[in-house]
Design a protein around this ligand. Structure first.
Ligand SMILES: CC(C)(COP(=O)(O)OP(=O)(O)OC[C@H]1O[C@@H](n2cnc3c(N)ncnc32)[C@H](O)[C@@H]1OP(=O)(O)O)[C@@H](O)C(=O)NCCC(=O)NCCS
Length: 162
């Protein structure tokens, strides 16, 4: 598994991740197909400016995109999120990719505490937080894409894990 920055050729992977009702179940629902190209353009610009990290997970020796991990400033905090496409799930890819991004972030030094807000029902994402060394703050209502979600608030980089 390796990580690389998002590229213009990732449009198909974006569509498969963001327009899929199952993938987007706990992320505000599927996005309209016609908005995805503009989203990708914004993300490429963001990476070019180095104001957020948008990493694509590339599986094994193939060039196939398996998912994504993003680390971005949001309302005054650093927030991380992740997705892995269904055919690549259950192989440890998300956990490994998140740990790699956390290592890169720690080495980079600019991100401070890193927050994650998986839905309370998202067992795999809560397991990732636990095993990657996040500390659980507690349950929190989070507004995402205009909807309210019951989430678990996790934080990485507190003194216990620094
Ligand atoms: C959540 C998601 C990223 C998991 O990706 P994945 O590559 O299958 O995850 P991994 O194989 O790395 O497994 C991560 C951990 O979850 C556990 N896990 C995996 N599937 C699980 C399940 N259905 N129930 C409970 N635990 C599960 C694994 O055992 C592993 O635990 P560990 O870290 O203690 O070893 C993926 O299912 C996904 O993208 N879902 C849709 C989008 C989404 O929900 N994104 C997260 C928003 S915060």
């Amino acid at each position: 598994m390796l990580l690389r920055d998002v590229e213009p050729a990732d449009l198909d992977a974006y569509v498969r991740m963001r327009c899929d009702p199952v993938m987007m179940l706990e992320l505000g629902g599927p996005q309209p197909r016609e908005r995805i190209a503009a989203q990708l353009r914004r993300d490429l610009e963001t990476v070019h400016e180095d104001s957020a990290w948008i990493k694509m997970i590339v599986a094994g020796n193939s060039a196939q995109v398996a998912g994504t991990v993003t680390l971005y400033p949001h309302e005054g905090i650093s927030e991380i999120g992740w997705m892995v496409l269904p055919e690549f799930q259950g192989r440890g890819l998300a956990g490994e990719a998140v740990r790699q991004v956390l290592d890169l972030a720690r080495a980079d030094g600019r991100w401070g505490l890193i927050h994650a807000f998986p839905s309370t029902t998202n067992a795999a994402s809560n397991a990732i937080c636990r095993s990657a060394g996040f500390s659980l703050i507690g349950p929190e209502e989070t507004t995402f894409a205009g909807r309210i979600f019951q989430t678990s608030h996790w934080v990485f980089g507190s003194s216990a894990h620094a």
